[in-house]
Design a protein around this ligand. Structure first.
Ligand SMILES: [Zn+2]
Length: 274
């Protein structure tokens, strides 16, 4: 049994092109397992390839991130890149899922009303994001996998969409909403995934979510290479840094780190069948 499972990371990204192998080794040496999440077809395929290179401990999720639906420039906090527009070809993604037993989820996909392409009517963008989200939900059902959902500035819209269109296992990756919003997703049977943001969020929102959220509904992730926790803030993140997020959660909850590790890992293993 691993100590931690980084349920959402991106060693399939360019940032790890030269040393993804060593980065995986560092994580496995610390008993950290991981799921590399695809964000478009190329990175989804890469996630599957990396998972296939390893036996236990390295898994993949495949999906098309909403920022890749349109061609536009994206300024991430710690990196910047040009997002290519990609059509969601459900058959290609399905083939990718069926290619490997190491694919454990459909993701990441979802709604991103924060990073919007310029020159396109926001209503059109929202409509397309919702339609592609529904297609991912359909894919997940058809291959019997849980969903790993990205959501930014659209929690209430996502909740309504899920309530109308989905019954099945799921998690909200990189949750930054309020406790009231988290509670609604829990009521749908979803897990809430937390990452390094909890170590530097000064708004009090993460603290409130952590203090209210029962460990039974919590899983952990890094979202590396982004969102490195303190004390590595601003650097490239990696799966082995998941311990800093767990430590902060333990501190806020007034419990031992081992308890956070044990329960969140148990949740992730049950949820992803790993
Ligand atoms: Zn991600």
């Amino acid at each position: 049994m691993p100590k931690f499972i980084d349920t959402h990371t991106h060693l399939n990204f360019q940032a790890f092109r030269d040393d993804y192998g060593q980065t995986i080794d560092r994580a496995l040496e610390e008993d950290v397992w991981m799921i590399n999440a695809g964000t478009q077809f190329d990175t989804s395929r890469r996630a599957v390839e990396i998972a296939e290179e390893h036996s236990d401990g390295v898994y993949a999720a495949v999906g098309l991130h909403p920022i890749h639906l349109f061609e536009h420039h994206v300024d991430e906090e710690e990196t910047s890149f040009n997002a290519r527009g990609e059509e969601f070809n459900i058959d290609s993604y399905k083939e990718l899922v069926l290619r490997s037993t190491k694919v454990v989820a459909i993701g990441e996909f979802g709604l991103d009303y924060f990073r919007m392409p310029k020159g396109v009517d926001p209503k059109t963008v929202h409509g397309i994001q919702q339609e592609i989200t529904k297609q991912h939900l359909f894919l997940a059902k058809s291959v019997d996998k849980p969903v790993m959902i990205h959501c930014r500035d659209a929690y209430d819209e996502l909740y309504e969409l899920l309530k109308e269109n989905y019954t099945g296992p799921g998690e909200i990756h990189c949750f930054t909403g309020t406790w009231e919003q988290a509670k609604k997703f829990i009521d749908l049977g979803f897990y809430i995934a937390l990452n390094g943001i909890v170590t530097f969020d000064k708004t009090g929102r993460s603290e409130n979510v952590v203090k209210n959220l029962p460990l039974e509904f919590m899983i952990l992730e890094t979202d590396a290479p982004y969102l490195a926790p303190e004390p590595h803030r601003g650097k490239r993140n990696e799966p082995s840094y998941i311990k800093y997020t767990a430590a902060k959660i333990a501190e806020w909850k007034g419990i031992a780190v081992d308890e956070v590790a044990h329960q969140t890992t148990k949740n992730a293993r049950r949820f992803y069948h790993i």
